[in-house]
Design a protein around this ligand. Structure first.
Ligand code: SF4
Ligand code: SF4
Ligand code: SF4
Length: 431
């Protein structure tokens, strides 16, 4: 089992020693590059290139700024944690790269949503012993034109890994900080070896899935959608992934796609037409789909738009923004068709196609649901199974919360779980 739970990283602000920087300073450039080769360190993020090859590609350029920033995609939560908890490693990593490439300054880009930590970072930066290497912290996205220099760009996670690597030498194994969320027993963050198997992470670190797995999403809400089988055979962590989201059989793929692409539309910088307009159109089509206004031609249209976005946009944000739509359309086309053509959500999740119903075999006629319903939508009397009038019901869900027998459920509108006429408790048979 190739999962490592012991942190390779320091995450210790108080006792940070800058050992890695001293090691780098004691080495020749060739020795440092050889160490990078031996440990096979790769860049985090979208392009996944080997660090020593990256340095080899720029050997004839006069680099004058080591720039460190974030992935542009939706998968930022973990990167934020690294920034907050491992700032000294990031600073040291930048200074080590400066030492190897003979550059004396760097720029650290902080995403807008994290500008509140800039003061803390500035304070930590003042405390950091970088032996002459200067770092400027800027809020915003990396803008190479604005910097107007020959720059080398690393992901924040890579900068922290470089620090860990020079601290540990040849014992270093590249790891990834990964968050597992969704339908799992123990959602949370762990550090795992970069080629760990996705299913092993879910089972052994996140305590396994809650119920049956429908799909696994790699890389935030807009990431790649894979099946449980794919997860059993593959390691995808190398491809810039920091988040694994487990979707249970009760999750609606179409609604998940809508949430992800709507977030993309809210965050696109808008410079490229395919990213800006593509995200807008997909979010409209998907909203129509979950609200019962889908048109049969929408599926083909979504496929076209999603493919164009993946090919015609200018940065990794746009290139990966339609990943969930593209991959889930291949794996779960029938679920999209159900929403769009048959006006039905097979999971019963989408409000437009769902009803609240009482399970005939579980209701004991206690009457709690009637007391809580503000819309008089529940019919029933003592010793009889209660029933919900779907025309009066607003689907507020309050009755679900109070039922002591878990008899009230949200189901697809074309399904039935209880009687349609007054039936004594215990007399209804499941069909
Ligand atoms: S792909 Fe274009 S529009 Fe989208 S975020 Fe990147 S630069 Fe902005
Ligand atoms: S549905 Fe639940 S709360 Fe309502 S009467 Fe039956 S058992 Fe009681
Ligand atoms: S979901 Fe709300 S409106 Fe509908 S029956 Fe339950 S409490 Fe009443």
């Amino acid at each position: 089992m190739s999962i490592k739970q012991i942190l390779m990283r320091n995450f210790d602000d108080i006792n940070f020693e800058y050992k890695g920087l001293n090691v780098a300073k004691s080495m020749s450039k060739l020795e440092a590059i050889n160490l990078l080769k031996k440990t096979n360190l790769v860049e985090s993020g979208y392009y996944y290139e080997k660090i020593w090859e990256k340095y080899d590609d720029i050997k004839d350029c006069k680099i004058n700024n080591i720039v460190v920033g974030f992935n542009n995609n939706d998968d930022r939560f973990v990167q934020m944690c690294i920034l907050e908890k491992d700032a000294f490693s990031i600073f040291e990593g930048m200074a080590i790269v400066g030492e190897i490439l003979e550059v004396s300054k760097g720029t650290l880009y902080i995403p807008k949503e994290k500008d509140s930590i800039i003061e803390t970072l500035e304070r930590k930066l003042k405390e950091a012993d970088l032996q002459g290497f200067k770092i400027e912290i800027i809020v915003g996205k990396i803008d190479s034109r604005e910097l107007g220099e020959e720059i080398l760009v690393h992901h924040v996670e890579t900068a922290a890994a470089i620090s860990a690597m020079f601290n540990l030498g040849e014992q270093f194994v590249q790891t990834k900080i990964i968050a597992v969320d969704g339908s799992v027993e123990k959602p949370g963050i762990s550090e795992v070896i970069i080629d760990s198997n996705i299913k092993e992470i879910i089972d052994n670190i996140a305590g396994g899935a809650k119920g049956n797995i429908k799909a696994i999403v790699l890389g935030g809400k807009t990431g790649r959608c894979i099946t449980e089988e794919d997860a059993e055979t593959g390691s995808f962590l190398g491809f810039g992934i920091n988040e694994i989201n487990v979707l249970s059989s009760e999750s609606c793929i179409v609604d998940f796609a809508k949430q992800g692409i709507t977030k993309v539309y809210e965050n696109t910088c808008g410079k490229c037409t395919f990213c800006r307009e593509g995200a807008y159109q997909l979010s409209q089509i998907l909203s129509d789909a979950v609200e019962g206004r889908g048109k049969s031609e929408d599926i083909e249209l979504m496929e076209e738009i999603a493919d164009e976005m993946a090919e015609e946009t200018n940065c990794s944000f746009g290139l990966t923004a339609s990943e969930f739509v593209r991959t889930s359309l291949k794996l779960f086309k029938s679920e999209y068709e159900s929403h769009i053509k048959r006006k039905n959500c097979p999971t019963g999740y989408c409000k437009a196609f769902s009803i609240i119903a009482i399970k005939g075999d579980l209701c004991d006629s206690c009457g709690e649901c009637m007391d809580v319903c503000e819309y008089d939508a529940i019919e029933g009397k003592k010793k009889y199974i209660h029933m919900i009038d779907e025309f009066e019901c607003t689907k507020c869900g309050k009755c679900i919360e109070v039922c002591p027998n878990n008899a009230i459920v949200k189901i697809a509108a074309n399904k039935s779980v209880g009687p349609d006429k007054l039936t004594p408790v215990g007399k209804w048979k499941k069909r």
